[in-house]
Write a new protein. Sequence first.
Length: 344
Amino acid sequence: MTESMLTVADAARSYGSVPALAGVDLTVATGDLLAVLGPSGCGKTTLLRCVAGFERLDRGAVTVAGRPVAGPGGHVPPHRRRVAVVPQDGALFPHLSVADNVGYGLDRAARRGGRIEEVLALVGLAGYGGRMPHQLSGGQQQRVAVARALAPRPPLVLLDEPFSALDAQLRAELRADVRRALRADGATAVLVTHDQAEALSMADAVAVMDAGRIVQHGTPAEVYRDPATPWVARFVGEAVLLPATVDDDVAVTPLGRLPLRGPAVGGAATVLIRPEQLRLAPTGGSVATVVRQDFHGHDALTTLRLADGTLLTARTLDEGAGLSAGAQVAVTVRGQVRAYAGSA
Ligand SMILES: Nc1ncnc2c1ncn2[C@@H]1O[C@H](COP(=O)(O)OP(=O)(O)OP(=O)(O)O)[C@@H](O)[C@H]1O
């Protein structure tokens, strides 16, 4: 079994009457990247700051590499936790060269041993050591911040929305490169983000957070395909949620009888269908009217209305091309669906 590099147990922290953390349990396996994904204000940054040691817990405990750093035994200050933080804006020292920024936390032996060049190469900046931060683009500055965090080989690296200030294309490139660098260096990391695509594409595991609690912890595929609640379903991607009646392993829905997977529920339920499960054809399914189509280049989201007024969103490729508002199509569902007890 893989050992945990980070354990957070029943962590609670309030600001006045606001419970920013309301009992968080979390583990990160050694060598993994965990994404903490949640909407603004759910407590992500507070969690990260409590792990780093910038904030104290009201209750609970944090263990890093088997060593208690917060909890009943006391509060280890940030600089003694061996936890590296990559902040949103990089926060490089402006008066130090790239090499000196990266080498800041290193002892002389490590500096001489070539670690600075090694981590700069890992983040794609070999040969940039002599530059000053202001001579770098925003994306390059973030790469330096990641290299600086990795340099002393900390047991844990925390990344706080590190790509949020970058434009979309740069962000995608940097995500992939930073993921590769972390993996190549064997680092264990926690990434805090409100961006589902970032969490699902980068992480080994995703902890979905809402109102100070972790509401689901699983692989990216698990939280997308098998969300714990309708709220998680909506938060991690486009979701079609339909009223249903469950009868054994079949849900009776406005789109017909659909096979179920996941935990059994009985009676009135809500089913989750992902837009890519919906297939459109000229005939041979439930009849729907096209309301509108939002073109995204690689695909399109087509909003449809069933005869009973139910709205659906289908992700379409060629089969939905050029459908205009008012057109009639037949909708079928591919694969199994997940049901939740009660109505949405
Ligand atoms: N220093 C503080 N003083 C008072 N309230 C705070 C403080 N820090 C955070 N909060 C409150 O705690 C809650 C959680 O905040 P936190 O910054 O952890 O959320 P977040 O998920 O990181 O949000 P965002 O994505 O917007 O940064 C919010 O309601 C916030 O207003």
